[in-house]
Design a protein around this ligand. Structure first.
Ligand code: NAP
Ligand code: ZN
Length: 369
């Protein structure tokens, strides 16, 4: 097995981390663009913490708060134009995966005035502007991945930019920012992190480094979610700390492995039916998990021994945490969707047991017919 590992992001995750790490901002320049969604950056306190540090350091800033869920490519291009017009030195993204991924694209567009879709060419004349990511959800791990997942305006479909310049200069966060995340989004984002770690653990692209992070993330998320799902209790600050840490570990996992079919086959549920990203992946996760257990029994045994639960027990927790989707798809609809899955062959191929587009159709039929 090859053993390569590259994850060059400085990660600081602690209560009060922004105020205590002002130098991470000051060393990047004198003028910043802050990228957020509509309300959460203010609501969770992160925006105030960041602007206090900038004001104290005499760093001027402009705020761009137009990033929606599943960020649009055009909004990223616009953010890049603003960064150039405002002559900023660096960018600060605050939010869940959507504003963080948008920040990565904005940093690239800020340095490269090019047509929107050229970002997918993965070779740009100029290096992206430096940027810091401040996460407010415990899910995507975008803070530590080299990916930006963007919605292409022309097609309405999600497409990833995977590039070393999508690694942030630093990821600084405070798990307390996730306290304001409603229960539904907390579960959905935790399931996203669980998808990253399970998909990564059983992927053909895994190695010793990614396995370490994946197995630890799976254990943390399982043991944290279990009482929350079955005792219907609220999350404590300690639960939030654990889920945030696990989301970073899961992000480090996919930085090496990438994601598999739970993601690529799941995207249509978000694109066409507006199902939150984590739930859209989790619906396929029990199938992926059982596939991993069947095709990689020794690896599965090592995981489940450490977890103290069976594959079936973990699959049941995932099912019980995922809301019913009440979606009925015709054969013609599934056939049309399969063209999208065929466009991402690498994500299917890395699943255990040579998963094909035909397998994807059969799985979607089983779930939605
Ligand atoms: P999100 O789309 O960033 O945010 C979901 C919702 O939660 C928004 O309404 C947001 O409000 C709100 N929110 C965020 N933080 C909050 C807080 N602390 N308190 C209250 N509300 C809060 O959610 P996400 O699940 O983190 O990100 C999903 C995106 O990440 C998808 O586009 C997915 O494809 C992508 N993704 C990226 C990677 C990667 O490696 N880069 C991996 C997996 C997924 P506002 O709109 O007001 O901010
Ligand atoms: Zn994901």
């Amino acid at each position: 097995m090859e053993q390569t590992f590259f994850m060059p992001v400085k990660v600081i995750a602690a209560e009060g981390a922004i105020a205590r790490n002002a130098e991470e901002f000051t060393k990047l320049g004198r003028r910043a663009l802050i990228v957020t969604g509509k309300t959460s950056a203010k609501k969770c306190g992160a925006l105030d913490d960041v602007t206090s540090v900038l004001k104290a350091a005499g760093i001027s800033y402009v705020i761009y708060d137009e990033i929606t869920q599943n960020p649009m490519l055009s909004a990223c291009k616009k953010g890049g134009d603003i960064a150039r017009q405002e002559k900023v030195d660096f960018i600060i993204g605050i939010g869940g995966g959507s504003p963080l991924d948008a920040t990565k694209a904005i940093a690239i567009f800020a340095a490269n005035d090019m047509p929107e879709e050229e970002i997918f060419a993965l070779s740009w004349p100029n290096h992206a502007l430096p940027y810091i990511l401040v996460g407010t959800t415990a899910g995507t791990g975008s803070e530590v991945t080299p990916y930006a997942v963007l919605t292409v305006d022309r097609t309405g479909l999600k497409r990833s930019v995977g590039h070393p310049q999508c690694y942030a200069n630093a990821a600084i966060s405070d798990p307390r920012y996730t306290d304001s995340l409603p229960r539904e989004f907390t579960l959905s984002t935790a399931l996203d992190a669980l998808s990253h770690s399970i998909e990564g653990y059983f992927a053909s692209t895994a190695n010793g480094f990614s396995d370490l992070f994946a197995a630890e993330a799976i254990c943390i998320i399982y043991h944290t979610l279990y009482p929350i799902v079955y005792d219907h209790r609220e999350l404590s600050p300690a639960d939030r700390d654990q889920l945030y840490l696990a989301s970073l570990y899961a992000g480090v996992t996919i930085a090496k492995t990438g994601t598999s079919y739970c993601h690529s086959v799941g995207y249509f549920l978000t694109e066409d039916y507006h199902i939150p990203h984590g739930y859209a992946c989790a619906v396929y996760l029990p199938d992926y998990l059982m596939r991993g257990a069947a095709y990689l029994p020794e690896k599965a045994q090592a995981l489940f021994g450490r977890l103290g639960a069976s594959a079936e027990g973990l699959a049941k927790l995932i099912q019980d945490a995922t809301p019913a989707m009440n979606l009925l798809l015709s054969d013609a609809q599934i056939e049309a969707l399969s063209a999208r899955w065929a466009g991402n062959p690498a994500s299917l191929a890395k699943a255990p047991g040579n998963f094909t587009v035909e397998d994807a159709k059969a799985l979607v039929r089983k779930l939605f017919q």
